[in-house]
Write a protein that binds this ligand. Sequence first.
Ligand SMILES: [Zn+2]
Length: 319
Amino acid sequence: MSEDKNCFFCGSECEIYTAPLMHNVKDYRCKYCGPYLLNHHFIERNSHINETKNKFKIACILNERRLKGLGGIALSNKTDKVDKVCSYPQVSVDDILDEFPKKASDFLNRTLLNLSRLSERPFDIIQLNIYDTSADRLHLFALDKTACETIIRELVEQELIRCDCNDIDDRDINLTAKCWEIVESLQQTAIDSKRVFVAMWFDESMDAYYKNGIKQAIEDAGYIAVRIDLQDFNGKICDEIIAEIKRCKFLISDFSGQRGGVYFEAGFAKGLGRPTIFTVKKDDVKKLHFDTRQYNHIVYDSPEDLHKKLYNRICATIV
Ligand SMILES: [Zn+2]
């Protein structure tokens, strides 16, 4: 049964259900933060989640996830990542907080990307209500009306948006051609990429592990799997590998079969600072090279096992 109440993080009116068979877990459906599960015992034990500043940061990240088209999550702590709750992956609150932009360029780029996602077509008018309690401010990573006004003024000065002030709290915004150019170039880079580079052994014995394990886990988490032998491309394969690794958000490197190329690609991605998830078949663990053995590998014994562990790792570490 649903009851209309307020979102725990952004305060907007939202539908709240009690998760089946889990009386402590509330299932929120917020039009900003999207669907999420929250265990109220967990909140009582982690009082920092109740701080206004942290609620705001979490709401910003959940709103950004929703705008990106990513699915619902169960908020949890670092230690219980293993299982899903009511089909939602568990994501740690600290990982979510860590996703909040820190540098000025991150604030700017991610605000522009959020605004672009609010436009059905380029140059559409976006209506923003900047009143203190309106959750529209989440699109701008702005805590209150004053912060909204400062950001909007800066974007106008940079000629990234045009802005009409309809009344004291409503703003009609549209993105300029200059802004769309920046958005398009950001979409080509890792910041907003949905692409996940898969480095692995291209052998028939690995087909089921790729299709039902790796690829399925990537897609279930809302990303696109890129395996270089399956892409059409012109030019040398090596150039294409480098370009794809630069373009991807993160990498999955499977070391089963001990292919030299996988070690090269994982090393290149690490050098670029791309998050890299290491996986290996149980039978192959002992053969891992000394240099990479210290990394925390997902060890699996079936495609289903790989799917489950990898999906949880992606959702828990890559927001
Ligand atoms: Zn919300």
